[in-house]
Design a protein. Structure first.
Length: 115
């Protein structure tokens, strides 16, 4: 067994090729997404809970509100998808907020009287 000092010097002696590193990272993410592929039912359930309650202080609080047993990596993939599709916003402190406005709400807002 070796110490932390030996471990850090060992890691520094390995040459890093940027192209190989980038391919390695892409391979990890690709494998992660195929391994934890959420079903449409799970995505819709998370959307339904988020649209109903509008805000959660943490992922753990959201997971407790979902009545379906869901593994944390699957929930993370769903939250990434919802964030990229501009339906939710995840703040730096971990709070999750539903920000999606339905087409009906947008139409109503456009037809409302401006002050």
């Amino acid at each position: 067994m070796y110490s932390m000092k030996q471990e850090s010097t060992f890691a520094k002696n390995i040459p890093i090729n940027p192209e190989q590193y980038e391919l390695f990272i892409k391979k990890i993410f690709q494998g992660d997404l195929t391994k934890y592929n959420p079903t449409l039912k799970n995505i819709l359930k998370v959307e339904q809970v988020l649209s109903k309650y509008k805000e959660f202080s943490s992922k753990n609080q959201l997971a407790k509100k979902i009545d379906v047993a869901m593994r944390p990596p699957v929930l993370n993939v769903i939250l990434d998808y919802l964030e990229k599709s501009n339906k939710i916003m995840i703040n730096n402190d971990g709070t999750i907020a539903w920000i999606y406005a339905s087409p009906k709400a947008i139409k109503s807002w456009k037809n409302s009287v401006q002050l």
